[in-house]
Write a protein that binds this ligand. Structure first.
Ligand code: NAD
Length: 475
């Protein structure tokens, strides 16, 4: 799992047992089990199409969809012939090919569409698809402008029978679901802060002639793209919303275009603070000049979410693979013990000055996405559970997800279409996530604290939406 063997110097048997037990308690509390609905037992085969099989779309086709027996790709559409042909090859040229998505959507045999076009086209394509009676899986972030937030909600109300799912795959990760169970079981106490970052050392630029500059490098320009907020932060603000069971009330931040000055107009570094109704804060950072993560055992891709509670912390990442660590607050336990030991019953431990050894948090316990409840199983299984957990901590074994979250989100979508059940990452998850993207950009553009309630009056007919127009291209 790790590049270096983790030290166990500060890990005490008692702490380990306490944490392992706590993780078991969480398993007992969580009765629902994994939320992934697997292909097995699928009701029928769903005929689907994809619109915009570029980089993301082809990955979803090649890695996942082509292997699913409960879905059949019957049509593909792309305005760029090379991408269309590459995607067709995945299915030995079986699907029908289109360059106009309206023509594709007119085909009755298509029940569902995967929409993987650039962000500024999500809504027009989704609208056409819903009006043509198709179920929709659309990549994040779901919509681009305040107008589209309201318009998509109205479209959904007009077509409630049609599934709308957004491509926020962490919601389908067994590891993240497990971490959420631990949080809900109170293992890290009350969440007060979340820190998330996605640091990379890449410039996002694709080689393109002048003719294809906008088409290939749409991500770099505000008229097509929400920049770092839409491309990266959208995943992580959604984790914060999910783990806190709330949406932010306000956001403030600073964005800069300070390094990649190559004609783009999106920020290349952003620092944001979101406030939630209970006073919790999400502190967010995304940069494009360095991918380092301070203190983590796994170098990863500079991407992580750290959930800080009053009794401990959970650190998660899905990049390059799912990995999660639980850090019980060892210092807090020690201070409580010390206070109990005071002979005269007085507690003079304020915790303002902490000796190094008591401040040490240790290496963290790897979170097993498929942990069992030790209280519910027999002796051998229980011993195996503790042995496995110990081996994880020593770095001998690495817990891993048995279902790739991307596979899970796509498979789940097909099953939801077939069965009529509701997706985990449905329209409201997608819309709230998009609102966070838009308002975070607005806060940085206007250098002010933006309230989330402002979205209600933005993009509504007859209301002045000029403040949102610059960034989000409100029509
Ligand atoms: N969930 C994730 O982790 C994740 C990862 C990467 C990208 N994405 C999202 O996926 C979307 C696509 O990103 P990408 O990197 O694949 O972009 P891309 O530029 O590689 O691909 C977009 C494709 O859409 C095609 N296209 C453009 N206009 C079209 C039209 N009118 N009709 C049909 N096809 C059209 C383009 O020719 C291209 O092939 C973005 O919204 C992005 O944010 C999500």
């Amino acid at each position: 799992m790790a590049d270096t063997e983790p030290t166990t110097q500060h890990l005490h048997r008692r702490d380990f047992a306490k944490t392992a037990a706590a993780m078991g308690v969480a398993a007992a509390v969580a009765s629902k089990g994994p939320f992934v609905r697997k292909a097995k037992g699928a009701e029928r085969v769903v005929n689907y199409a994809m619109i915009g099989p570029g980089s993301r779309g082809r990955r979803l086709l090649e890695r996942h969809l082509v292997h699913m027996e409960h879905g059949k790709c019957v049509a593909l559409c792309d305005i760029y012939e090379k991408n269309l042909n590459r995607a067709l090859k995945v299915f030995d040229n079986e699907p029908r090919a289109y360059s106009d998505y309206n023509e594709l959507l007119a085909q009755d045999e298509i029940e569902a569409v995967f929409i993987t076009v650039p962000l500024f086209l999500h809504f027009p394509v989704m609208k056409a698809a819903l009006e043509a009676g198709k179920h929709v899986f659309c990549e994040k972030s779901l919509v681009f402008t305040p107008e589209e937030v309201h318009a998509l909600r109205s479209l959904h109300e007009a077509h409630p029978e049609l599934t709308i799912q957004v491509g926020l795959q962490r919601r389908y990760s067994l590891l993240y679901q497990r971490a959420k169970e631990l949080v809900d079981a109170g293992v890290i106490g009350d969440i007060t802060h979340i820190q998330a970052q996605w640091h990379r050392n890449t410039n996002w630029r694709r080689k393109a002639s002048q003719e294809f500059e906008d088409q290939f490098n749409w991500r770099l320009y505000r008229k097509y793209s929400g920049g770092l907020c839409a491309e990266l932060m959208s995943h992580q603000v959604d984790v914060a919303d999910w783990f806190l069971d709330q949406h932010p009330e306000s956001v403030m931040g600073v964005g800069g275009l300070d390094y990649w000055k190559d004609g783009r107009d999106i920020y290349d570094n952003i620092q944001l603070i979101f406030e939630y109704p209970g006073g919790q804060k999400l502190q967010y950072s995304s940069i494009m000049t360095n991918r380092h993560i301070a203190g983590r055992r796994v170098p990863g891709d500079g991407c992580r979410e750290t959930i800080l509670g009053t009794d401990g912390a959970i650190e998660l990442t899905l990049i390059p693979y799912g990995d999660g660590l639980l850090y019980p607050d060892v210092m807090k336990v020690k201070m409580e013990d010390q206070a109990k030991q005071e002979k005269d019953g007085e507690n003079w431990v304020a915790g303002a000055t902490v000796a190094l050894d008591t401040a040490e948090q240790g290496d963290g316990f790897p979170i097993d996405p498929e942990a069992i409840d030790p209280a519910q199983v027999g002796f051998i299984e229980k011993e195996l559970f503790f042995a496995k957990t110990w081996a994880y901590h020593k770095g001998i074994l690495r817990p891993s997800e048995t279902v790739d979250p991307e596979y899970a989100e796509l498979s789940s979508f097909l099953n939801d279409v077939a069965s009529g059940s509701r997706p985990l990452a449905g329209i409201e998850v997608g819309l709230q996530d998009s609102v966070a993207v838009m308002l975070a950009n607005l806060a940085m553009d206007e250098q002010r604290k933006v309230k989330f309630s402002e979205i209600d009056s933005m993009g509504v007919e007859g209301v002045n939406v000029s403040s949102a127009k610059g960034r989000n291209g409100a029509a």
